[in-house]
Design a protein. Structure first.
Length: 252
């Protein structure tokens, strides 16, 4: 993410759109605007945004429809939906689609800034493998989902990164030089007990004991090489949906 978060504000109310844009620019954000859902979708085809503020009720293409299309292009997009109406059916659809936040107008500016800063603080995914090709392939696939991705070629490098970054997830090769994958997992858990981990290996039977211990240490699953990179992307997407449905959506 850039030092200056990029914000897309989407609303068919021109006065509100201009007001939000002015306030956010004064707070140091880089701001783009769109007057409807279709325009917002087109802007996402041209660039990525750290956070999107989008009205739900708009003509032609409403905010939930635009949310859905944007998520198809960039599943990791962070979108805050806004509404001045109590349309429970539409709000429920938004939740079912995985909306990160739904806030009600009129919106307090301090609340809005807090939500934007929270949404902009994305937690990177770390790929740990001494095979550079695997790191590059997974990085490319996950970045297409809109995630920030970091790579490490060893357990030692991974530990250093984990000490500097608040990681949400790590894909860890079982066989690593010096510090193996299991030890790397345990050290990452010491640094960040909330980190989610997935093991990777091309040696299904040879590392069974290590995999069993990794599972005991709460590794989610193991991907057996060669695997389709889409499997890794699917795991990340499912975890994101599970987090949102378990209470990640606010109404306020």
């Amino acid at each position: 993410m850039n030092e200056e978060p990029t914000i897309l504000v989407v609303d068919d109310n021109e006065d509100l759109l201009e007001t939000f844009a002015m306030i956010l620019k004064r707070r140091g954000f880089s701001v783009e605007t769109a007057g409807n859902g279709a325009s917002a979708v087109n802007k996402f085809k041209e660039q990525n945004f750290d956070v999107t503020l989008m009205d739900i009720v708009m003509p032609e293409m409403n905010g939930v429809e635009a949310f859905r299309k944007i998520k198809e292009m960039q599943p990791g997009a962070s979108i805050i939906l806004m509404t001045a109406y109590t349309d429970e059916d539409l709000i429920q659809v938004a939740k079912d689609e995985g909306a990160r936040r739904i806030i009600h107008k009129p919106i307090r500016i301090d609340q809005l800034i807090e939500l934007i800063n929270e949404a902009a603080r994305s937690q990177p995914i770390l790929i740990i493998d001494d095979d550079a090709d695997i790191c590059d392939t997974l990085t490319q696939v996950l970045k297409q989902q809109g995630h920030e991705v970091l790579t490490a070629g060893s357990g030692e490098e991974a530990v250093i990164i984990a000490q500097e970054k608040d990681l949400q997830m790590a894909f860890i090769d079982v066989k690593l030089p010096n510090i193996d994958g299991l030890e790397t997992l345990l050290r990452l858990k010491e640094i960040n007990p909330e980190i989610l981990t997935v093991m990777m290996t091309g040696f299904r039977n040879e590392v069974k004991e290590a995999l069993d211990k990794a599972q005991e240490a709460s590794a989610i699953t193991c991907l057996y090489k060669p695997f389709d990179p889409a499997e890794a992307a699917d795991i990340v997407m499912k975890i994101g949906k599970k987090k949102r449905h378990s209470g990640g959506v606010d109404e306020g």
